[in-house]
Design a protein around this ligand. Structure first.
Ligand code: ADP
Length: 640
């Protein structure tokens, strides 16, 4: 007798919603059906194990059968099957979960740990309606007759008795007709199915089989090929590898295996910089394979780059590039996570941030940083390679979190240094500080060459005091967010605050300033607002002038911020508080004595000194035409 039943209203709605919106890529239907089949075998296996020999052990397998003539694809398993009631409750009602009930039923069973049941929400099966306009399910359980369920997934379904020997389920999909932009026939092709299984279901623990048919032209007695006649050779292939690398014992996995896996899975021609095999058995249990590439992914800095780790649950692929699993600053990291603790809910495609994922993320972040610290301690040159490629991400992380990531990341930063040949860390810096040195000194600029030419650095060169050279735009901003390291404050050598003068030196400087007040005032007036102060310097050795800044914002930061503003079409009106410092011991200044009563001359020479300071520090002269006019004027004067 054939029964016809209507789907419940909410099921119809859900069905419609799902088919039309949730799953963006239709091909995942295969993964869903294979995962159901694998669940069904898990369940049978469990029953068999607890049946005290009443049930037979089988060669568990999932078979894909293709019938091109009838445009059908059948997914066949020899698992637990469905009874009449199961069909009504599981397939007739969406959003119910047979798996869940099964689990509940056997919760007390001591062996229940053996059960790997994926899927806590009953929409997986229905994803098949994205590619099929009719589905027939032939199924048989241990203690019920065989039934055929049939539906077009719109309004109703039918159930009738049928014949089937063995327990298990065969799901036959009648594929939709191809449309202009939708190719359904591809699901009848060997290579498509092979590809999908490899991609999504490689690690299912039961063999997923498919017949490969090879046609060779028939030959006559003389060995000549007969036109349009073929010999068909059918070979049954197992498409999946069945053992996930990450489920293996960590000790048994070699570096070579890890490398091969990385290259295959993430299509990289180069081996990874480093890899981690995580087998975490804490509050959250998970296995993970994590890789740091040896070069930046080609699209890392493009807007459509997607960070994340692939997510598996019980060996079943759930989602590619799950962004909740790695913080932004580690977006270059590749890998996968497999945890038994996931409830796979309605949209495996859109697994939203869950507390569980957060926990795993924190844990993975920590493991990666620990590994990097280990490399930094044991193989510094190798670490420097890594830092050259990805180090800026750490600085951005400190800056963007307003210093919240400082503790975690500060010891992973390295910077070029004035005296040390290789880049050094803050720890290196602090352990080599002079006895009476209070600050960690740094200098910033457009490039290392420019920084090394800074007039202010002369004193540090002479005195052998180490200075960190910050040539990346982000450097100074990150350091500003950090504020200090190991309670030692950072000081920009080009900031006025870096002047550490004794009382006597300060008094002498004050006298000098008072004596030359007219000159200093004239220069300031001549610069017409370009600087906020003109004074004498205590830190210059060979150079006649330099520009220092006050109140935290350096020339380099001013420049970076304005550049960024211009790029984004904002007004570039960030202004550092600038002080023009003159070297009172330089012969150029001593020569000012000759013009000390001529205000106009003082202004002219003063403005040239300012331009010179700008150039020395690696910046453009603001008005080149005016500069040349002044220079020509002076040349004429001395040549006449
Ligand atoms: P989910 O697997 O997420 O629970 P599905 O809609 O895919 O949701 O399946 C609903 C239920 O139908 C399953 O929980 C299971 O009880 C039953 N089912 C589906 N496929 C099979 C199968 N091949 N063998 C046995 N039972 C199945």
């Amino acid at each position: 007798m054939k029964e016809t039943k209507e789907f419940q209203t909410e099921s119809k709605q859900l069905l419609n919603l799902m088919i039309n919106s949730i799953y963006t890529n239709k091909e995942i239907f295969l993964r869903e059906l294979i995962s159901n089949a694998s669940d069904a075998i898990d369940k049978y296996k469990y029953l068999q194990l607890t049946s005290e020999g009443k049930l037979a052990v089988k060669d568990y397998e999932i078979y894909l059968k293709v019938d091109k003539g009838n445009r059908t694809l059948t997914i066949k398993d020899n698992g637990i099957g469905m009874s009449h009631d199961d069909l009504v409750n599981s397939l007739g009602t969406i959003a119910s979960s047979g798996s869940k009930e099964f689990l509940k039923k056997y919760k007390e069973a001591k062996d229940s740990e053996d059960l790997n049941i994926i899927g806590q929400f009953g929409v997986g099966f229905y994803s098949a309606f994205m590619v099929a306009d009719k589905i027939e399910v032939l199924t048989k359980t241990v203690d019920d007759k065989a039934y055929k369920f049939s539906s077009d997934g719109v309004k109703e379904y039918t159930i009738e008795e049928d014949n089937k020997e063995d327990t298990g389920t065969e799901i036959k999909l009648f594929l939709k007709e191809d449309k202009e932009d939708e190719d359904y026939s591809k699901f009848l092709e060997y290579y498509t199915l092979e590809d999908l299984v490899k991609r999504y279901s490689d690690y299912i623990r039961y063999p997923i089989k498919l017949d490969e048919v090879t046609k060779t032209p028939k030959k006559d007695e003389k060995g000549e090929e007969i036109k349009d006649e073929f010999d068909e050779v059918v070979e049954t292939k197992t498409l999946n590898s069945m053992i996930p690398l990450w489920k293996k014992n960590k000790k048994d996995v070699t570096d070579e295996e890890m490398e091969k896996f990385y290259k295959d899975k993430f299509s990289d021609y180069e081996k990874p910089f480093t890899s981690l095999f995580l087998n975490v058995d804490g509050i959250v249990k998970y296995n993970a394979l994590i890789f740091i590439p040896s070069h930046a992914p080609y699209n890392l800095y493009s807007e459509n780059y997607e960070k994340g780790l692939d997510l598996y649950s019980k060996g079943i692929f759930v989602k590619e590039k799950c962004k909740e699993l790695v913080p932004d600053y580690l977006k270059f990291v590749k890998g996968l996570v497999d945890s038994d603790d996931f409830d796979l809910n309605i949209s495996r495609e859109m697994l939203q941030s869950s507390p569980l994922l957060r926990r795993i993320e924190d844990n993975i972040e920590k493991k990666i940083l620990d590994k990097l610290k280990e490399i930094k301690n044991n193989d510094y040159d190798k670490y420097l390679e890594f830092f050259k490629t990805f180090g800026d991400h750490f600085k951005y992380a400190i800056y963007q979190t307003y210093g919240a990531k400082k503790e975690q990341l500060q010891d992973l930063l390295v910077f070029n240094a004035l005296h040390n040949e290789k880049p050094i860390s803050f720890k290196d810096y602090v352990s080599n500080m002079k006895e009476d040195q209070k600050y960690i000194y740094y200098a910033s600029g457009k490039s290392l060459d420019y920084i090394k030419m800074l007039p202010q650095i002369e004193k540090y060169k002479k005195d052998g005091i180490e200075v960190l050279l910050l040539d990346k735009k982000i450097d100074e901003f990150a350091i500003m967010m950090m504020g200090d390291y190991d309670k030692k404050e950072f000081k920009n050598i080009a900031s006025e605050e870096s002047n550490e003068l004794s009382k006597e030196e300060k008094d002498n400087l004050d006298i000098l300033i008072a004596e030359n007040k007219r000159i200093l005032d004239d220069i300031k007036e001549g610069l017409n607002g370009k600087v906020d102060e003109v004074t004498f310097s205590s830190k210059l050795v060979d150079s006649p002038v330099c520009i220092t800044t006050k109140n935290g914002l350096s020339l380099n930061m001013e420049n970076t911020l304005n550049e960024e503003a211009r790029e984004n079409n904002f007004t570039d009106d960030v202004k550092a508080t600038k002080v023009l410092e003159i070297n009172p011991n330089h012969e150029l200044f001593k020569a000012f004595d000759a013009i000390k009563d001529n205000d106009e001359e003082i202004k002219l020479y003063g403005s040239i000194l300012y331009d010179e300071a700008l150039m020395l520090e690696g910046y453009e002269v603001e008005d080149k035409k005016e500069f040349i006019t002044k220079l020509n004027k002076l040349m004429l004067k001395s040549l006449k």
